[in-house]
Design a protein around this ligand. Sequence first.
Ligand SMILES: Nc1ncnc2c1ncn2[C@@H]1O[C@H](COP(=O)(O)OP(=O)(O)O)[C@@H](O)[C@H]1O
Ligand SMILES: [Mg+2]
Length: 509
Amino acid sequence: MPARILSAALVGLESKIVEVEADISSGLPNFMIVGLPDIAVQEAKVRVRSAIKNSGLSFPYTRVAVNLAPCDLKKEGPSYDLPIALGIHLAYEGVIPEISLDSSIFIGELSLDGHLRKINGVLSIAMMAQRNGIKNIFLPEENAQEASIISGLNIFPLKTFSQLIKILNKEESITPFKSNPAYFEREDDLDETFSLVKGQEYAKRALEIVAAGGHNLFMVGPPGTGKTFLARSIISILPSLETSEMLEVTRIYSVAGMVAAHKPLIQNRPFRNPHHSSSAAALIGGGRFPKPGEISLSHRGVLFLDELPEFPRAVLESLRQPLEDGVVTVSRVAGSIQFPARFILIAAANPCPCGFLSDPKQVCRCTPHQVLRYQKRISGPLLDRMDLQVEVPRLDFAKLTQENVSREEIARIKDKIKRARQIQTARLLGKGMLENSEMNHKEISQFCAVDSEGKAILKKAVEQIPLSARAYYRVLKVARTIADLDQEEKLKTNHLAEAIQYRIKQMGD
Ligand SMILES: Nc1ncnc2c1ncn2[C@@H]1O[C@H](COP(=O)(O)OP(=O)(O)O)[C@@H](O)[C@H]1O
Ligand SMILES: [Mg+2]
């Protein structure tokens, strides 16, 4: 009789139940896997056969048929090794284990000697199991801590395939995994970079607004003025993730295979800094077995693109849609999938190839044509999405020898940002949004009402800078954040004026 084992598939960040059926029948030795398996699943044949044999069990010398249902769902990756091996063993031996196979999920990659290797996406699988009322998950030992993030499941960590068979035969006992609460304790983030940045008050204020409302920032200035340093320092003032955000972020890292086995929950806001030689797929996501790219790994955190004009223009252009929607759509043969990508974009650039165009002390050696070509690498539409654009000038000696920013001052800024975020979250409650930067037209008209004086300032900006319609709405969102930092319910003229001053264009085509 065929054996039927439950397992799980990953589709983007989502998981779905997969039934693994195994049947043994007489005939010439043959091993077939059907049900839309990809190459890695086909290769399971080699691993499963060796793992079963090397576990001291016998592999049938007849026809072995394995079906992965539903058939229309593409099965990818090596996580089906364990349920396939178990299905074949149970069908061949004709045993029925005492645990309920209908409420247990089996996942894991097998090595040739029968050991289990960790797999990706376990958090998504555990969430799906909980939703579907599955009671037990049998998985590789290294994935146990991650699965235990989700409560209410019996998690059974396995070292080897033979251990699983002994457990099912009641030759070995096992108690469900108890997670170590120490692994989930909050670490206090003590990054001090912000305190070391001298001068650059204008850029630091911009960073404060960016951290409070989740807006994008573009810094332009000569080399060595602290642009890279400033960008990194945002870590010191960003509040840590809320619990729901931790799960969102960890799920992405889990699918990308980037969580630590012993400390799987990601608690701090990500800060990603991809090099300009990164491929479009690495940045945006994709591949044959689609993985989240840098923009998704920056979800709820920061994506820092240093030396922005050095990135290939096509790569930069592909950022436009995710910057607008907060999600990225990765297309592939079997339909497209979406990954979240709600990040703060911080970009830095020199004003020209030599870097000294805006420097009062050093002469720029670039020709006007070179400057134009360099600046044209960043398109207008991308620049439009940079909510705050600041110049980072050379520091004079007095500023360089300034005292560091005190701990108390940083604590005060951090506290202000935290409170501004709380105001936003409360205001946007029920809309599926957390930060001002996420607001759409509807929320903007609801929460960014401007009086006649404010309208006059905005009119001037739209006509003189000039501001595009998109930039106009972005200015309103930034003004909302500035008002929230002041804990003001109404948008005042000073909030609007400050938001507009960050839109004075410095480069781009
Ligand atoms: N405002 C500043 N305050 C303190 N140190 C600075 C500042 N600006 C630059 N530095 C120092 O100079 C180094 C180079 O700065 P960097 O951020 O790489 O400049 P840029 O990216 O603008 O070329 C930094 O690592 C830091 O040590
Ligand atoms: Mg730099």
